[in-house]
Design a protein around this ligand. Structure first.
Ligand code: SF4
Ligand code: SF4
Ligand code: FES
Length: 230
């Protein structure tokens, strides 16, 4: 099967270019296996991966125009030639490896942990089953970045718009009955960029390998924000 992989070495290349390789495929082969095979053929080829199980989120790449995790993408489901590029809109470190600093900075900007003002109880902070259920579809995010790097608003303003991943996380804590920083969280999302730059294009929903819906989460925050402003 023919693969076209993006190659870029900042020390010697002016711009990224596609390298064509023929890889022998086998039943059950995943794209990560194909990338490992390419690495066997050419040691200088660089890409990130770790768990191989769709859990660590490190092997997100752009495959035939769509962001996906290489380890859970079956080669048999892809159309040849399979074009593999780095996640779009991020600075390229080398080949398929991009710099995700801005993505993590936006994640940190939404205070991605529980904030309590009351003294901590002796044991756990209790939640009803319904309160716990509100977190379904939010806590499962693996920080792969497929969504934010598919979001045009994030490409244009990565330093100002928080992007779908960070906003999903913001809602994950706003929706949590144990969190006591709602006002501060909403204040921190005020302004034309951080939250409201989302134009509901929904690329983020299409590409999320965990089936999460950042657009819906963003809608919930916008609603809460309206109540907050009144
Ligand atoms: S719905 Fe919003 S966050 Fe998602 S891709 Fe579109 S603009 Fe970006
Ligand atoms: S919301 Fe989905 S696509 Fe975005 S970082 Fe989390 S798991 Fe990845
Ligand atoms: S290698 Fe961890 S998600 Fe693919």
């Amino acid at each position: 099967m023919q693969f076209l992989v993006s190659r870029y070495n900042p020390e010697s290349d002016e711009a990224p270019h596609l390298q064509s390789l023929e890889i022998e495929t086998w039943r059950g082969m995943m794209l990560r296996d194909a990338l490992l095979e390419i690495k066997r053929q050419d040691e200088s080829f660089a890409f990130r991966h770790s768990c191989g199980e769709g859990v660590c989120g490190s092997d997100a790449v752009n495959v035939n125009g769509s962001n996906r995790l290489a380890c859970i993408t079956a080669v048999a489901d892809l159309k040849a030639p399979v074009t593999v590029r780095p996640l779009p809109g991020r600075p390229i470190v080398r080949d398929l490896v991009v710099d995700m600093s801005q993505f993590y900075a936006q994640y940190r900007a939404v205070t991605p942990w529980l904030v309590r003002k009351d003294p901590m109880p002796e044991q756990e902070i209790r939640q009803s089953p319904a309160e716990r259920e509100r977190l379904d579809g939010l806590y499962e995010c693996i920080l792969c970045g497929c969504c934010s790097t598919a979001c045009p608003s994030f490409w244009w303003n990565p330093d100002k718009f928080h992007g779908p991943q960070a906003l999903l996380t913001a809602w994950r804590f706003l929706a949590d009955s144990r969190d006591q920083a709602t006002e501060e969280r909403l204040d921190a999302l005020e302004g034309p960029y951080r939250l409201f730059r989302c134009h509901t294009i929904m690329n983020c929903v299409e590409v999320c390998p965990k089936g999460l819906n950042p657009t819906r989460a963003i809608g919930h925050i916008k609603q809460l924000m309206l109540g907050h402003a009144i």
